[in-house]
Design a protein around this ligand. Structure first.
Ligand code: ADP
Ligand code: MG
Length: 245
């Protein structure tokens, strides 16, 4: 099932008093069911913070995030995990060195009391293009691209509808980047996922996203369709500059 997403005036301040920093003054955008929506902008512009707030990894923000009209704040943890999952930039950092792929994939199934675990794990690992025998491997026995495939399999195992992808290919070699993007593209076509994808790379946006928001210092300067990249149809000076570069 595809879900819509609405981010309404999402704001967050880190620190207190004299050292308080308003990292997101108020971000709003909406994403259609089945859409791949990009968040681009220079390092430090607040892209990861938006995803972390949306997934409630950081929970002291203001505003609202609605998935199919339902606020993520009203979702119990279990429901939230089965609705949205995150994939991070560094697949090595997000996999525990002493946990086999089987352990990584099994854990959410146990927590969520799901049956047919072996079958679900086999399906998830096959879905990301790895052989079933890889269930018995450990992170150090996998290449960077294979580790990211495992991280994606872990995100898929609870069959969520929305994936929040934080620079999922930035840590990978260029040829491997294309493989992972193609995998994500295929999964979206097959399952109707909604994606929100953070990247600093407009080539990735061009490859994957239907529309994208350009962020600057915590604010969305402009929301553009993918084809705005080709002819640089941005109107905001920063967005124009980013595309021109
Ligand atoms: P991006 O992903 O676009 O590179 P981030 O969302 O990671 O940017 O960070 C945006 C800004 O928020 C940065 O200036 C960063 O230092 C700051 N920031 C992020 N998390 C925290 C935190 N927990 N405490 C204080 N500042 C933070
Ligand atoms: Mg980031």
């Amino acid at each position: 099932m595809s879900v819509s997403v609405e981010v309404r005036d999402l704001s967050i301040t880190f620190g207190e008093g004299a050292t308080a920093v308003k990292v997101l003054p108020g971000v709003s955008f909406s994403v259609q069911p089945g859409e791949c929506f990009g968040l681009v902008g220079e390092s430090g512009s607040g892209k990861s913070t938006v995803l972390r707030c949306m997934s409630m990894l950081t929970d002291f923000w203001k505003g609202d995030v609605l998935i199919n009209g339902r606020s993520v704040r009203d979702m119990p943890l279990i429901e939230r995990c089965r609705t949205l999952q995150m994939v991070f930039q560094d697949p090595y950092g997000s996999l525990h060195p002493r946990q086999s792929v089987r352990t990584v994939l099994n854990e959410p199934l146990v927590i969520h009391k799901l049956g047919d675990r072996e079958e679900r794990m086999r399906r998830a690992i096959t879905d990301v293009g790895l052989p079933v025998s890889f269930l018995d491997r450990f992170p150090h026995q996998l290449s960077g691209g294979q580790r990211q495939r495992v991280a994606i399999a872990r995100a898929l195992i609870l069959e969520p509808s929305l994936l929040l992808l934080d620079e999922p290919t930035s840590a990978l070699d260029v040829s491997v980047q294309a493989e992972i993007l193609n995998l994500l593209q295929r999964l979206r076509e097959e399952r109707g996922f909604t994606y929100i994808m953070v990247t600093h790379d407009l080539a990735v946006v061009d490859h994957m996203c239907d529309r994208f928001a350009v962020m600057l210092r915590g604010e969305v300067t402009e929301i553009l369709p993918r084809d705005a990249i080709d002819k640089n149809r941005a109107t905001h000076p920063y967005a124009r500059q980013l595309i021109a570069a």
